[in-house]
Design a protein around this ligand. Structure first.
Ligand SMILES: Nc1nc2c(ncn2[C@@H]2O[C@H](COP(=O)(O)OP(=O)(O)O)[C@@H](O)[C@H]2O)c(=O)[nH]1
Ligand SMILES: [Mg+2]
Length: 245
């Protein structure tokens, strides 16, 4: 289910077009980890019995994902395949768009705010902004383009620096897996790179749909795990502070 999708932005060649930033600003202006009020369900007696907390029925977690990587690796095709179940043949490197989708992963509902980036940041701070505020990243290269694979370590360092953390939820994606004959990067190389990032790895095809849903499910799991670790750390700190007092 898609809702709140911003109009498709076919950014002009001029990178200072205000339209070009619309999708990113929409995405950046959403508060991280915010609980969002969703459509209200009819309150039947059964629902009251099933849900012990009436408040929790209407609230769900929101996660911000940024799809990042070099040009023409399939970032937009992956995002559109996930949102609308169709393959975009057209290549327009200037499109940057944000999408919102409500999903259920491991029987738990959440809302995904997805930013399909276009890599046209005219200032470093633009990229910094979405790296800093993203909860998780789909880091995409094309298995048919070795240089797109070699770009990722730099991007990973930028993400760590922007978030001021030593670990962030990252799923490395080797896309265009349907083009086996044109392969330039082995599956093992992809896995090893993901290991170096402390992340996970999947090969996908936006064309056939291979592993597209799994990729988004996986990054949601990683974000949840990271949030649980942060929460536990905070609780331990709080407990320690109480003990000192
Ligand atoms: N065969 C194949 N082509 C793909 C795949 N993903 C993207 N493409 C094509 O590669 C080109 C660039 O894709 P796009 O999503 O626009 O790249 P982006 O710049 O990373 O957003 C387009 O012509 C797509 O149709 C894929 O999985 N398999
Ligand atoms: Mg694109």
């Amino acid at each position: 289910m898609t809702f709140g999708r911003t109009p498709t932005l076919k950014g002009s060649a001029q990178t200072d077009s205000p339209n070009h930033h619309k999708a990113r600003m929409f995405w950046l202006n959403t508060k991280p980890f915010q609980k969002r009020k969703l459509e209200q369900h009819p309150t039947t007696a059964e629902q009251h019995i099933l849900s012990p907390s009436p408040k929790s029925r209407y609230k769900t977690m929101s996660h911000r994902l940024a799809v990042i990587g070099g040009g023409a690796v399939g970032k937009s095709a992956i995002t559109v395949q996930y949102i609308s179940n169709h393959f975009v043949e057209l290549y327009d490197p200037t499109i940057e768009d944000s999408y919102r989708k409500q999903v259920v992963v491991d029987e738990q509902s959440c809302v995904l705010d997805i930013l399909d980036t276009a890599g046209q940041e005219e200032y470093c701070c633009m990229r910094d902004a979405y790296l800093r505020t993203g909860d998780g990243f789909l880091m995409v290269y094309s298995i048919t383009d070795r240089s797109s694979f070699e770009e990722l370590p730099k991007l990973y360092q930028q993400a760590l620096m922007a978030k001021e953390k030593d670990r962030v939820p990252i799923l490395v994606i080797g896309n265009k897996a349907d083009l086996e004959d044109e392969r330039e990067v082995t599956t093992l190389e992809g896995k090893k790179l993901a290991d170096c990032f402390g992340g996970k790895f999947l090969e996908t095809s936006a064309k056939t749909g291979q592993n597209i849903d799994s990729a988004f499910d996986e990054i949601v799991r990683m974000i949840r795990m990271e949030q649980n670790i942060t929460k536990t750390k905070k609780q331990i700190k709080k407990k320690q502070a109480c003990n000192i007092l």
